[in-house]
Design a protein around this ligand. Structure first.
Ligand code: ADP
Length: 261
């Protein structure tokens, strides 16, 4: 199955944008990218698809607002930074989708929310209600309350859990990388893109996974874990570059398709 085929077949799609995708070279939220993404997302919605976004970037947005906190490494400052940044992040999303006539909604989750049946049911119902009303939910981890013990820790896992919770048909992870390579292409010029993965265990055993981007948290390992999780629920996953939904749907963007077996 090709990536355009996966997108064509899917009605309910969870799309995750990583910090490295959302941040521009100057370290601020890339509002041009968000506007372009919103245009392409709304085109998919007009085709009858439903979308849920998982968006990182609170810390990035917080830092560009509270620049003087850059060197504050203590946990309270980092959580306060995310509280400031989350507002900026949602403002950026709101601004991007508003010209498309689409409302967005913020959902902040912690690991506990996924292990409590009542909360899980509430989250599921809220997601279904929002999407049925044509609203695009934007999910992020609630970094201001998530101390280490209750952290999901990375938005690849959060996106996978959200896809399962919402019974999505497809998970798309956008990163600063074109897909899965046999080794980190940032440090190996001869790295080769793996365009399709069926046997994830074999791939996990053979690819090299060290390294991540400046703003990234999980690196490729959490993306492989996300693929393992969703495919075990029958949900395929695509890993691709930079939030380019239209090119991905048209088959002009490379990527890695993780297929269910
Ligand atoms: P994001 O912020 O989008 O989640 P990350 O920085 O966390 O992105 O993860 C993507 C990074 O993983 C890439 O930029 C790349 O440097 C690194 N990486 C390490 N090994 C690989 C590999 N085998 N294939 C692709 N990327 C890899």
């Amino acid at each position: 199955m090709t990536i355009p085929g996966l997108i064509a077949d899917a009605r309910k799609i969870v799309v995750k944008l990583g910090s490295s995708t959302l941040a521009a070279a100057d370290g601020k939220i890339n509002s041009n990218l968000l506007a372009e993404f919103a245009r392409e997302a709304s085109a998919l919605v007009k085709q009858g698809k439903q979308l849920v976004i998982v968006s990182s970037g609170a810390q990035v947005a917080g830092l560009s607002t509270m620049g003087k906190w850059e060197h504050r490494r203590n946990i309270h400052y980092r959580q306060a930074l995310c509280a400031v940044g989350q507002v900026c992040l949602m403002q950026a999303w709101e601004k991007a989708f508003s010209p498309q006539g689409i409302h967005i909604a913020q959902i902040l989750l912690t690991r506990d929310d996924f292990s409590d049946d009542t909360r899980t049911l509430n989250m599921r119902n809220t997601l279904f209600t929002l999407v049925d009303e044509g609203i695009i939910p934007v999910i992020n981890e609630n970094d201001s309350v998530s101390v280490e013990e209750i952290k999901i820790g990375d938005n690849d896992t959060l996106a996978a859990q959200s896809a399962i919770l919402w019974s999505a048909d497809l998970l798309v992870l956008f990163s600063d990388i074109e897909g899965l390579y046999d080794k980190n292409p940032k440090s190996h010029k001869d790295a080769v893109l793996v365009s399709e993965v069926r046997d994830l265990a074999a791939v996990k055993a053979s690819v090299q996974t060290a390294g991540k981007s400046n703003f990234g948290t999980g690196g490729i390992v959490t993306k492989l874990d996300a693929a393992e999780l969703v495919t075990s629920y029958g949900i395929p996953m695509v890993l691709a570059y930079g939030g380019k939904l239209k090119e991905l749907a048209e088959g002009t963007l490379p990527g890695t398709a993780f297929l269910c077996t």
